[in-house]
Design a protein around this ligand. Structure first.
Ligand SMILES: *[C@@H]1O[C@H](CO)[C@@H](O)[C@H](O)[C@H]1NC(C)=O
Ligand SMILES: *[C@@H]1O[C@H](CO)[C@@H](O)[C@H](O)[C@H]1NC(C)=O
Ligand SMILES: *[C@@H]1O[C@H](CO)[C@@H](O)[C@H](O)[C@H]1NC(C)=O
Length: 393
């Protein structure tokens, strides 16, 4: 309306920015539609979840992963020949929220549909699915990401097994997240490769405060390659039941019921073609080895722990929880834990990490405490915290 009036008065002068603005938004609209069409593959069945997600049942071979140029000749892996897991570690199997509303048919995999809003929430169409580059959140300070984690020594490893306590951390503002994950890291700078998996609350990308299983990968230090979940070609979903990006409703309560998932990530010695991901008793999917440049070649470090983003809203530290939102000293049923930490050796054996290297970027906000060894929990630690408090202003 305003444009129209102004344009009538000053034909040819003001008119062009108005038209330009409209063309620009039409153009963006077209780009978003095009991206959605590329990302969401034709589904044989779609299931509406109570959490607002739509789950598409897509034929295994037509999933987005195989649009990746490096996977043009990829042979879909059926089952791993070997799963390096400890038979002594028991965790229950869990269902995702959408499981009660339906099942995907044979020969399909379930995939969380990407919605228009998901793309519009990202900084730009190009950034969709990527970790928001620190620059966007930084405001000139490097302390936006805060961690409490344990690291292995560098070594020739081929994966990890661990049990992670499940909580639904409170996240203060949309662009912050709180997660519990493992990092498999090799290389440095632009040849940094990572495989990452865990649980996160991240309203900035999912549009809600649900706890979700997530995976991430990069083969170039978070530059052009990689993304969350199945937001870009790469990660191959195999399961019909547990999906990356899917929500879990079963979470631990402070001083109450506790829930934990076993996660195993490994590269099978026999073929070496892929890195498998198993969560609970479900083989979720895999990352093809051909996506990576340094991972699996030699030295790798494995980390386990929590990370949050502190947006310093109003100039004070965020009150976003890490883990349960309680410090490590509170211990069992109160602080969050990682336990039975194992590494996968070159010969596909599970070994305990030699030496433990805990680190908290600011222990007044979130901390970590390694437990004594020699218990049924093997190598373990408690971690977490409330963020904002008198010592963490
Ligand atoms: C796929 O196979 C063709 C024919 O063997 C080969 O030329 C091409 O380089 C392969 N592509 C990839 C990404 O491996
Ligand atoms: C934890 O639960 C126990 C048993 O129900 C109760 O006695 C205790 O007061 C609770 N502690 C806290 C800190 O809530
Ligand atoms: C287990 O505890 C013993 C005694 O404190 C210590 O020497 C050893 O390094 C510990 N092992 C690990 C893997 O931390």
């Amino acid at each position: 309306m305003a444009c129209f009036t102004v344009a009538l008065m000053m034909i040819g002068v003001i008119i062009s920015p108005c038209v330009y603005g409209k063309e620009f938004s039409d153009h963006k609209e077209i780009e978003v539609e095009r991206l959605l069409k590329r990302l969401n593959k034709h589904a044989l069945l779609s299931i509406k979840s109570d959490d607002g997600d739509i789950i598409d049942c897509v034929p295994v071979q037509s999933q987005l992963a195989f649009d990746h140029p490096l996977l043009k000749n990829h042979t879909i892996q059926m089952r791993p020949s070997f799963i390096p897991e400890s038979t002594s570690i028991y965790t229950k199997s869990y269902t995702q929220a959408w499981n009660k509303n339906g099942r995907c048919p044979q020969n399909t995999v379930s995939v969380r549909r990407i919605k228009r809003e998901d793309i519009l929430r990202s900084n730009s169409i190009e950034d969709f699915g990527k970790k928001m580059t620190p620059g966007i959140l930084l405001y000139g300070s490097k302390s936006v990401h805060e961690y409490a984690y344990m690291s292995s020594k560098e070594g020739k490893y081929f994966g990890t097994e661990f049990v992670v306590n499940i909580w639904k951390p409170k996240v203060q503002v949309r662009r912050e997240f709180s997660l519990a994950q493992t990092w498999l890291v090799s290389g440095a700078g632009l040849s940094r490769n990572t495989i990452e998996a865990g649980f996160q609350v991240y309203p900035g990308i999912y549009g809600d405060n649900n706890l979700r299983l997530f995976v991430y990968w990069t083969a170039d230090g978070y530059q052009q390659t990689g993304c969350y979940n199945t937001d870009c070609p790469g990660f191959v979903q195999k399961s019909k039941r547990i999906i990356v990006g899917g929500t879990f409703n079963t979470v631990s309560q402070y001083n109450g019921s506790q829930f934990a998932h076993r996660i195993v990530i490994w590269r099978a010695r026999e073929d070496g073609k892929v890195w498998w991901l198993k969560v609970g008793d479900e083989l979720v999917g895999y990352w093809p080895s051909s996506l990576f440049t340094t991972l699996g070649d030699g030295a790798m470090r494995v980390k386990w722990g929590g990370e949050i983003v502190n947006a310093k809203t109003g100039g004070i530290h965020t009150s976003t929880d890490m883990g349960s939102g309680h410090f490590a000293e509170e211990g069992n049923k109160k602080a969050s834990y990682f336990r039975n930490l194992k590494l996968v050796s070159e010969t596909n054996f599970l070994i305990e990490p030699k030496g433990v290297f805990p680190r908290a970027t600011n222990a007044n906000c979130y901390n970590i405490k390694v437990g004594p060894n020699g218990t049924a929990w093997g190598i373990y630690f408690y971690y977490g915290g409330p963020g904002l408090n008198t010592k963490c202003p």
